[in-house]
Design a binder for this molecule. Structure first.
Ligand code: NAD
Length: 498
């Protein structure tokens, strides 16, 4: 059976640890490869390679760095289908959906291609007599990214193009469930003439993560994953002196007002809830139906949920693939049973779905739960599967109250025809990313991505201007060039401008 190796200093590396983990094809349920699990020694090897590469990469010109990014971007375009199939085979999502995540990730590369403009400092002439001030930013050194299974290309792409373009060297620890995309990206970087050691991949689980969080040679850690691990990563890495950005889990509400176009809202909520089998941190997991919107909305949601075409991700016409693991399938199906027991109305029951020819695949169908209350587990837990819960409320302000009482604050959406309601919603809701008649409001790469509350631990969103800030340190230079004959008296008082 194939073993997926690390990628260190520009080449595949077996590592020193004999430990491996299984990598499944979720559509067939079969183990298709093993992935090497890095030990602390392997992480140390990667840090040594990245440290050596930083010496020269941090001295490279802006032009050289952006040329690599332009070449890398072109390779991502040319290999989108191939990379999409690699992702689909290990994650389970459809190939088209995987291509979508590559496109959204590539947009961050495009942002990095324009780095020359974004990194410009500022200059103040004559702040005091004969004195000027300017500022600029410099890279941190070796930085690391620890990423989740659900976007094996896009989430790392939120990190490494900006880290590398700003002059850092990078170590990626991708999810051990779908590790191959990271190695493919490493090969593309090599073909884009990125010097060896600038981008490295170590595979693994907790041991590798802990080695990264505590390694004295790593300056900063970017993490995206579940909230408990985000909290752990933030606490451990900051206590070891690192800069940390840590994005966590989510429970995203889509509010539907009675004045909304219900068909439009239901179509978009269906796609946002069941696309990628609900395994998106921006998936719509709760529809909050306001007043008279509820009955009509649920009627269309039910019809749409029953129409979703479930099958293997590489089959034409499939809209929703399997879940990533058998454990995820069991967890989601169990949650539907618990909701039933707690009094939710199971309008569409996705449990026990079998796909012809793929009987051992990790499939579950779309589930729609109505009359869910905020006390039920199906509301409180991040199910991370194709389950949409409908909560009924009487007013927009009540809907905002529900959202604000939820511990998560990643994304939310409002469906309405009222500008006044939309304005009130976006100003009052305690959520980082908001859509108005847009169900999955993932910001463009030149904005930054990040939630509020338990969806983001610490204070740094990811990519865009926040990404530049995160991967660089500022310097401010105060300069005086006195004329040779000029006498400048040095005072003992604290310097003030004059
Ligand atoms: P996860 O937290 O289980 O794993 C994320 C990473 O942490 C992986 O690389 C994994 O190997 C590592 N890890 C797991 N357990 C660990 C432990 N005990 N100690 C150290 N490291 C550990 O998340 P997942 O299941 O891969 O991904 C799904 C989660 O990610 C969901 O909660 C989802 O909402 C979240 N997510 C959030 C965003 C966002 O932008 N906020 C984006 C994508 C996914």
């Amino acid at each position: 059976m194939k073993t997926i190796e690390h990628w260190i200093n520009g080449s595949p590396a077996a590592g020193t640890s004999p430990e491996t983990a299984p990598v499944f094809n979720p559509a067939t349920g079969q183990e298709q490869a093993r992935v090497a699990l890095a030990s602390a020694v392997d992480v140390d090897t990667a840090v040594a390679a990245a440290t050596a590469a930083f010496e020269t990469w941090s001295e490279s010109s802006l032009t050289q760095r952006t040329q690599v990014m332009f070449a890398f971007r072109q390779l991502l375009v040319e290999h989108e289908e191939e990379l999409g199939r690699i992702i689909s085979a290990e994650h389970g999502k459809t190939v088209d959906d995987a291509r979508g995540e590559i496109t959204r990730g590539r947009e961050v590369v495009e942002f990095a291609c324009g780095l020359g403009d974004v990194l410009k400092g500022s200059f103040s002439d004559q702040v005091s007599r004969g004195v000027d001030v300017h500022n600029f930013r410099q890279p941190l050194g070796v930085v690391a990214g620890i990423t989740p299974f659900n976007f094996p290309a896009m989430v790392p792409l939120w990190m490494h193009p900006i880290a590398i373009a700003t002059g850092n060297t990078f170590i990626l620890k991708p999810s051990e469930r779908d590790p191959s995309a990271a190695n493919f990206v490493a090969e593309l970087y090599k073909r884009a003439e990125l010097p060896d050691g600038v981008f490295n991949v170590v595979h693994g689980g907790k041991e590798a993560v802990d080695a990264i969080l505590t390694h004295s040679g790593i300056e900063a850690v970017s993490f995206v994953g579940s909230t408990p691990i985000a909290r752990y990563v933030h606490e451990t890495a900051t206590s070891h002196g690192k800069r940390v950005q840590a994005l966590g889990g989510a429970k995203n509400h889509a509010v539907v007002l009675p004045d909304a176009d219900l068909k439009f809202a239901a179509n978009h909520i269906t796609a946002g809830a069941y696309g990628s089998a609900g395994e998106r941190c921006m998936a719509v997991s709760v529809a909050v139906a306001v007043g008279d919107a509820a009955d009509g909305l649920v009627e269309i949601l039910e019809r749409k949920a029953r129409e979703v075409k479930v099958g293997p991700g590489d089959a034409a016409g499939t809209e929703m693939g399997p879940l990533v693991t058998k454990a995820a399938q069991e967890r989601v199906e169990n949650a539907v049973g618990v909701a039933d027991g707690q009094g939710a109305a199971v309008i569409v029951d996705g449990r026990g779905l079998k796909v012809d020819g793929h009987e051992d695949g990790f499939f579950t169908g779309p589930s729609l739960l109505d009359h869910v209350t905020t006390e039920m587990d199906a509301y409180k837990e991040e199910l991370f599967g194709p389950v949409l819960a409908v909560v009924r409320v009487d007013t927009l302000d009540e809907a905002i109250g529900v959202i604000n009482a939820n511990p998560y604050g990643n994304g939310t959406a409002l469906f309405t025809g009222s500008g006044e309601a939309a304005r009130r919603f976006q100003r009052n809701v305690k959520v980082g990313m908001i859509g108005v008649n847009v169900p999955v409001p993932v910001p463009m790469s030149y904005y930054s991505f990040g939630g509020w509350k338990d969806s983001l631990i610490g204070d740094s969103p990811i990519h865009g201007p926040e990404g530049i800030r995160f991967y660089t340190r500022p310097k401010v230079v105060t300069t005086r060039w006195p004329q040779p004959a000029q006498q400048v008296t040095a005072g003992f008082n604290f310097p003030t401008s004059s």
